[in-house]
Ligand binder design. Sequence first.
Ligand SMILES: [Zn+2]
Length: 457
Amino acid sequence: MQAPVKEEGVVSFLTPIGYQAEDCGYCKDPTTSRRSPNSRACCYAISKDLSVDDYQELIDRGWRRSGTLLYKPDLRRHCCPHYTIRIPVDSFKPSRDQRQAVHRWNKFVLGNAYANNAVKVHPKTRAGKAEQKNNFNLISAIHESEYSNVKKPLEPAHRFEVSLEPDAFTEEKYTLFENYQRVVHHEKPSDISKKGFRRFLCDSPLHRTSRPFNGIEQPLGSFHQCYRLDGRLIAVGIVDLLPHCVSGVYFMYHEDFSSWSFGKLSALREATLALEVGYRYYYMGYYIHSCVKMRYKADYRPQYVLDPESLEWDPLDGGLRRLLDTKAYVSLSRERGSSGDKGIPNKEAIGHRHTEKMSSGLPFPLPADASAAVEGGTSLFGLEIPGVLTAEEIVEKVDINRISMELRGGLVVQMEDLVAWEDGDILDPRSLKGFIAEFAACVGPKVAKTMVVRLNR
Ligand SMILES: [Zn+2]
């Protein structure tokens, strides 16, 4: 049996890891600064081969990656729910302080002498001056101080260059990472390693490729956006370029530049990349409303939040923010009552496996209990995880028998080829069919139909 081959010939291989509770790094105990034990839970998978189309689909269902590890937080049980957010870049309006960060950096790079001479050599018309004052042009402001844009023959104070490079490991990048983790993140030197850096920021499962877009080649895959000042690597933005977005993975800069608001500069640069090369959206990573340090992401507007249940995008406006202030878990479709409880199927069939319901109606409301239940044989379908298809939906939308699996030795078969398993019960996670059906429900129908589940890793 052949593995499904998509247009560009890239097939995603995914290994399900399962559902697990974990300690949370965002809500540490204020007295001991220890991580909150088992207060978050996620569905996990590993992939070393992932198509950009499939990853786009996965992040639009609440997944994200860290190296080759893919995870989808269970928002209803999570102590600090992680909401997927995005900005439609053609309507992005940088705030005053975001614009100022760009101007301040440009002024530093170009220097006073350059600025004074530039006015003499290339005088601005009155209209040009007014235009510059009243209309902030993100694209031209971001590129203004790059060496390729300086007005020759004038020389700026510094030579500033930004390039998009493959996400390969280099000693230069590692030196920067080591400095950033140790000084800016206060990590212990013993916790910082080349292996960790590689695994976290250089080992992407995404296939690097490109597609034509408006006469240019649109790069796709994982890249390092390298910032160099006078030839020295001073910052790197790790980005995933996907069919509909630039997804910011991580950003690091050298401590010498900590006063330049590089967080803002990088966000604006990544949004610019999305705008220029036609990716349409900029994803800044999860928005964690309960974590004050992460709220700055809401300052990039207009920001939209993925409804964890309906998978629609809602503006992160005052109304949604007020809701998030009052309750940890918010799904606007649930609030509106449009989804209500209709997404909980077949309660009769699976009800006996989760009778301990709390007043919220959520079975096993604590991550540790839910994780233990799953370990004890409860079907994932019994957990009512937001964004995970119900047992009924998966049967309706995906032909489980046609899901591809890679066995030991690399042989790819479909579920129906495994005669002995064909009669397995999808509500029994201990049957192969149940295990695969649960995973298909987590990744959604589109990915489930084209992926190969790699059982042997
Ligand atoms: Zn937490």
